[in-house]
Design a protein around this ligand. Sequence first.
Ligand code: ADP
Ligand code: MG
Length: 680
Amino acid sequence: MAPETRPPPDARTVLKDVFGFAAFRDGQEEVVEAVLAGRDVLCVMPTGAGKSLCYQLPAVLRPGLTLVVSPLIALMRDQVDSLRRRGVGAKEVHSLVAPAEQEAALEAAVRGEVRLLFVAPERFRSPRFRERIAVAGVARVAVDEAHCISQWGHDFRPDYRRLGEALGALGRPPVIALTATAPPEVQRDVIEQLGLRDPVRFVRGIVRENLAYEVHRLRGREAKEARLIEILRAEPGAVLVYAATRKNVERIADLCAAHGLPCLRYHAGLAGPEREEAQARFLGAGAPRLVATNAFGMGVDRPDIRCVVHFDVPGSVEAYVQESGRAGRDGLPARGVLLYAPADVHVQRFFLEASHPSREVIEEVFRVLLALGEGRHEQSAREIAAACRVPCPPAAATAALAILDRASLVRRGRRGENRARVTVHAPDGDLFSATPLPPGLSRLLAHLVQRLGVGRPVALDPDALAAERRVTPETVRHGLKRLGELGRIDYQPPFRGRATEVGRLALEPGALEEVDFAALEERRRREEARLDEMLGYASFQACRVQYLLHCFDAPAAEPCGRCDRCRAPGRRRAAGIPEPVLEALLAAVERFDGRYGFRKLAEHLASPGASSVQSGALAHGPTRGRLAGLPVKEVEQYLNQAVAEGWLALEPHRLAGSGRRVHLVGLAERGRARRRGGQP
Ligand code: ADP
Ligand code: MG
């Protein structure tokens, strides 16, 4: 064989020559290197960060077949097309590909003519597919949108659960799992379900670097409203305001308008065209302000949003980071502002209770339905809630009905499918002559008599009647109402809510066993932990970005220098931490490195009599009581400040069982150096 005249291409060469990109984007090169090294990798980066390249490039550079599992045919199509345009052999196998073509693609893979084969997870159900793919031999596997494997993620796909086993059958080639969904429990689930071995975890770009985070702690709603107006007045650029409820959206938009700050509104209660118009106007950069519920989000790519204000605390840090991350896509300075009144906690807890009803509430709602008996019932959630013998807000009844529906015990109808009930009274000579009807009503009544007969209640769809009579539904509804008022008919308008049908299955003894109460409880517990984590953000004393990163188990970073905490002039901060205090903090933290949080360390130092530090390691040691002259709160603040100044680092830690997160304090590099005596 002729000696090599050129070295084999390296990653950068392929990046330029095949993909036509001048440089790697942030994080890509490290991920590519780990994949090239044959490691299992979990890659968490936001949408649009360029995750596909992380497996496409190694697939081009290294021999062998790369199998890409992707949940959406559209995603596969896009990638296969763009790879082919770049001259890379890529094929797809999914339900929209004709069987003969699928077979041809598999055979091409067996012949070694395919570099990347894109498949939907459902493929692994097919024995033929499993057999051919094993023959082809898979050098590495990419699992895209890997959060689909986790039932805690937002689009759980049961077929993803097969992948772990399928990988085993392929001889466990190296796997790269990619997702933009970052919560640690989802990450853990992905690692576990796919059986990743000693995976390299990359969690990047979760928090945008040009964002300055602020929390405004305010007394209540009025103070929040006043602050919002101030912020809007001062901000010439585009602002997106998030509120928790439709009612709040309406209220805030009205308030803004009253202050001469017109504001578009967006929530799920608005008609489709109205919403679309609001979205189009805001995204079209014509309008500077939009207030929305979290229904606004998908496909929001206006780059120049300067500020995202949260009027209400969102339910999770994940939601907060996503929503606030809509600011500053253009890379220019932008703000993420949370308006926080401590009483908001109650509102959030109320939402949580309502959307995750207790077993007691579900049982009670079920009892109410059983008392109504088998059949279809036009009862609003409000009425059902009122019939409950335990406290049950209407929203909780709605959630309970949805749970019972999912367990197939009841079936919930759709809004708008309900019928009106009309009884046409027998014509009464006197009445007719006493009050002659206007011609329109008279014709309608004649039509009803002809259609429905007289004297017995009949279900009627007013919209269908309108179509028959070639008039608008409003005309018919109005006419029916008038005829009712005039005593010519009994008119019961259609039920405006969703009907509930109690099926036979519900009547069987032990029917409620169909409901997975343990899973519901687990879900509720997780939501609570998420909310706690979000509330922790609001009251966190050190760098906001560090807190957010901890929540995603992302690598610790230096304090951001942009958030309100980092910039706070703070009395003590200006003065710096007094030397002896800093000494004591560092000595204590070194001794208990990474084992305790702020509160316990502060008590150990300043209040050795406190009951929580009477036993265990904190009950002893030379630093015990060393700051006894200072209030515990103040020592906690110094600890915060020491984190902000880079002496100490916070390590996220989750308490088993509760899922609640506390931050354990350890020495940061700067603190370690000082303890070694390297630095004054
Ligand atoms: P993700 O999967 O993370 O949402 P994609 O892989 O779909 O993102 O990439 C988003 C876009 O970024 C694509 O159009 C892709 O071509 C482009 N892209 C990826 N890497 C680079 C790069 N290094 N330089 C320039 N553009 C890139
Ligand atoms: Mg992608």
